[in-house]
Design a protein around this ligand. Structure first.
Ligand SMILES: Nc1nc2c(c(=O)[nH]1)N[C@H]1C(S)=C(S)[C@@H](COP(=O)(O)OP(=O)(O)OC[C@H]3O[C@@H](n4cnc5c(=O)[nH]c(N)nc54)[C@H](O)[C@@H]3O)O[C@H]1N2
Ligand SMILES: Nc1nc2c(c(=O)[nH]1)N[C@H]1C(S)=C(S)[C@@H](COP(=O)(O)OP(=O)(O)OC[C@H]3O[C@@H](n4cnc5c(=O)[nH]c(N)nc54)[C@H](O)[C@@H]3O)O[C@H]1N2
Ligand code: SF4
Ligand SMILES: [Mo]
Length: 730
């Protein structure tokens, strides 16, 4: 039952992606038309959330200036931060609601588009039940919007199925930290990285994906700190590493368990810390006994001597910090990988004091704040569990409903897509998510989207996913509404409004409230500003784990951000958690957790003998909806290439720049080869920021980590062959 989708060529002509960002009135030099004001705010892209000053003139962002006083990045920015302002007046901006007609999209008024959205959602719920509608949110949104999405889904629609794109991102780390410390946040301020003596980076391309964190590592290097990096690819940060661990994709758990084996074998553990601050040590010690470095080397490809050295350096510190990101988290054992790393940190006592600890590097701009206040399927505001009767009672009271009216937990993001494909979920309302490019097995996602009886979406560009929608509502860029985000350190910061949305586009939060009104629940969404939403959120989070009650916009401005938990306005905030080894569990202990190695969900065999891993490049961001429209960024890395080692390339007669077809058990795509010595000879890498025939996610698989439900983006089995040119679907 495929829908009549307008021919892509026609949509592209109108909605891009175009590289021509020149605003309607043309560019003017600053001397001709100087900025009227500077707005101190933050970058809309990654979780570093760099401070930046936007230059504004005539309700348009026309440029930027560094914001040197903001302590996290001290004026520094990466290429994306420097170019982000070019989205503001981009010719592809959606300026009016669009409704599907027989011939593609037609323009519609807000009244028509919103009435029809509300009517269709109600009709489908009346026919198939409340849970036949699902809602998707996103972690690029300011926290006020993330909060509204959870409230809209549960209260205005009454569905239990609400989840968000952070399900593809931070959830493995989140589940692991909850199990060990009972909170889901990096426990250290980034200044601890700069003071450490040993830094262990596990599966993070810091140079390209957390560029400002590089500066903290350099500062540590200035006082002689050692750097250890575990990655199947030598990314830019490896150039300065003292020890590089070329781990085979998907085998980190064995590597980490073997490091703990060495630490315990050689008596390098911190007995006093273990005794005083932890539980569960003996079982973990027993579980790593089998993983001596020799057996581990066979599985991981990391030389035994390197495992020994890494373990010794990290244990001996004297001050050690472990940093990790998607390389270990995007696996069907993503949670175990993080647990195994935290087991090392606990066993060596490197946490709870300056210059020591572990940190997850947050991905999306609001990857932290966006997962604290209720757009996750099992969570209520304040990072509370939806299963907890006291939490339900608290939130129901703030919302003015009975706890029984709150739905129970629903499906996670990929499970929602699976249920759409299976015909169980019939309608989807989505913002800030581009699943057609970002979920695994893209063809499956496309089939699912085409089965929807109704699909409504809010975006500011016509994303690949939006092309499958029935109604597209033109929303707002980050700088078009005021609010907060929470950066990778747990620091809640202020996003100032710089301009109004252009033409007929509207603020996302206004659109959500308007929709709630048309669903008959307006009385619960009476806000006149995002500030009023924030004030309600403070109440709703009060007493929870992520307690924002003591945080106000004004305080953030005075203090350059406030770290949660912050239970009252005179509370200083909490930059370092697990201080003195005390977790958030009632007994204050940190919990060792046993881990068990197992096979990837898509194992290599004789037909698919090569590992495929996927990730990012510095100049593109996520599904690319935004950065594929900025000419200066596209020029840096115009199209996805297959990174391949010279040995593997030679074995297949492939030279640098040749076309190569990469095939997995799902699908195949053809891209140009980039022959590099910086990758393992049994592995190829493809960045995932592109759609259609260039989409790495055509190849990936839908295996999920059983606890976090994150897809295994980092490990697939593939084969390769030399090709003559790209396929038809480019
Ligand atoms: N330029 C840029 N920066 C970004 C983003 C972006 O799209 N572009 N996105 C932001 C977001 S949302 C996120 S989540 C972060 C992601 O930041 P990172 O996690 O640092 O980036 P990735 O490229 O996904 O993967 C990290 C590294 O994992 C390695 N890797 C692959 N397989 C394995 C494995 O099995 N084990 C180990 N140990 N390593 C492996 C890859 O080679 C890669 O170098 O970046 C954020 N910053
Ligand atoms: N193969 C592979 N796949 C991956 C990954 C990988 O490493 N490999 N990484 C995964 C990770 S870590 C992540 S985080 C996901 C990200 O995947 P997505 O979340 O799907 O990617 P985005 O590009 O952020 O899509 C967000 C959409 O929301 C829009 N948007 C952005 N900001 C706003 C806003 O403020 N308001 C509104 N209304 N819309 C907004 C953008 O225009 C875009 O269309 O991809 C995942 N997919
Ligand atoms: S490091 Fe991240 S937050 Fe900072 S400028 Fe680059 S993309 Fe923006
Ligand atoms: Mo992410």
């Amino acid at each position: 039952m495929a829908k009549p989708t307008a021919p892509l060529t026609e949509l592209a002509r109108e909605f891009g992606p175009h590289l021509n960002e020149i605003p309607a009135g043309g560019w003017h030099s600053e001397s001709e038309q100087p900025a009227e004001r500077l707005v101190q705010t933050h970058c809309c892209f990654c979780g570093q959330q760099c401070g930046i000053q936007l230059k504004v003139r005539d309700n348009t962002v026309i440029g930027f200036e560094p914001w040197e006083e903001f302590p996290f990045n001290r004026g520094m920015l990466c290429p994306k931060g420097v170019k982000r302002y070019l989205q503001a007046n981009h010719r592809d901006r959606l300026l009016e609601p669009l409704m599907r007609s027989e011939h593609g999209f037609r323009r519609a008024s807000w009244d028509e588009a919103l009435d029809e959205t509300a009517r269709r959602l109600r009709e489908i719920q009346a026919k198939y039940g409340k849970d036949s509608v699902a809602v998707f949110g996103g972690a690029s949104l300011i926290t006020e919007k993330a909060y509204l999405i959870g409230k809209l889904a549960r209260l205005a629609l009454g569905t239990r199925h609400v989840d968000y794109n952070g399900r593809l991102c931070m959830v493995s780390a989140g589940v692991a930290y909850k199990l060990v410390f009972d909170f889901d946040r990096s426990p250290i301020p980034w200044s601890d990285i700069a003071e450490a003596d040993v830094i262990f980076v596990a599966g993070a391309n810091i140079g390209e994906c957390a560029p400002i964190t590089t500066d903290y590592i350099w500062r540590a290097r200035d006082h002689g700190a050692r750097l250890i990096v575990a990655d199947p690819r030598m990314t830019p940060i490896c150039r300065n590493a003292d020890l590089y661990l070329p781990v085979r994709p998907g085998t980190d758990l064995i590597l980490l368990m073997s490091m703990l084996h060495v630490i315990l074998r050689d008596g390098l553990e911190d007995r006093a810390f273990i005794a005083e601050h932890t539980t569960g040590f003996d079982a973990v010690a027993e579980s790593v006994r089998a993983w001596d470095p020799r057996s581990a080397a066979e599985h991981t490809g990391v030389p035994p001597q390197s495992i020994e050295t890494a373990a010794r350096w990290f244990a001996e510190g004297p001050n050690s910090v472990a940093l990790h990101a998607k390389g270990i988290e995007h696996q069907s054992k993503g949670v175990e990988n993080v647990l195994a790393l935290l087991n090392i940190v606990l066993a060596t006592g490197h946490i709870g004091r300056r210059a020591n600890g572990a940190a997850m590097i947050t991905g999306q701009g609001n990857g932290q704040g966006g997962r604290e206040h209720g757009q996750k399927c099992d969570q209520l505001p304040g990072a509370r569990s939806i299963h907890d009767p006291a939490a339900r009672e608290h939130v129901a009271k703030v919302w003015g409903i009975e706890p029984g009216e709150l739905p129970e937990a629903g499906y996670t993001a990929q499970e929602i897509m699976n249920a759409i494909h299976a015909g169980e979920i019939k309608a989807l309302f989505s913002l800030c998510f581009n699943p057609l490019v970002s979920l695994p097995q893209a063809e499956f996602t496309r089939e699912a989207l085409n089965k929807l009886e109704f699909f409504g979406i809010i975006d500011f560009f016509l994303s690949e996913t939006a092309q499958h929608a029935d109604i597209v509502l033109p929303g707002s860029l980050q700088e078009e509404e005021e609010g907060v985000t929470c950066n990778t350190e747990g620091r809640v910061i202020h996003i100032r409004k710089a301009v109004d949305p252009p033409a007929h586009a509207r603020g996302d939060s206004e659109i959500l409230c308007d929709l709630a009104r048309r669903l008959g629940k307006g009385e619960y969404f009476p806000y006149r500003s995002t500030r009023e939403i924030f004030d309600e959120l403070r109440e709703a989070s009060r007493g929870g784990i992520a307690d924002y009650y003591g945080i106000t916009y004004e305080r953030i401005d005075r203090e350059y951000g406030v770290c949660w938990p912050c239970p009252s306005e005179d509370h200083p905030g909490s930059p370092r958690l697990v201080e003195n080894g005390v977790s958030m569990f009632p007994d204050g202990k940190c919990r060792f957790q046993v881990t068990v190695p197992r096979e990837s969900g898509d194992p290599t065999d004789a037909s698919y003998p090569i590992y495929l891993t996927t990730g990012r490049v510095v100049s593109q961001y996520l599904s690319g909806t935004q950065t594929r429209r900025i000419g200066g960024l596209v020029a840096i890395y115009p199209e996805p290439k297959v990174e391949i080692h010279p040995q593997l390339a030679a074995a297949h007669g492939i030279a640098d720049g040749d076309w190569v077809t990469v095939a997995t058990r799902r699908d195949e795509i053809t891209l140009r080869a980039m022959v590099v010595r910086t990758i393992r000879p049994d592995t190829v890498f493809i960045p995932y920021h592109w759609p259609g025939g260039q989409s790495a996610n055509k190849l990936t698989h839908r295996t999920l980590d059983p606890r976090s439900k994150i897809p295994e983006f980092k490990v697939s089995a593939c084969r390769i062959r030399k090709a003559n040119g790209p396929g038809e679907d480019r």
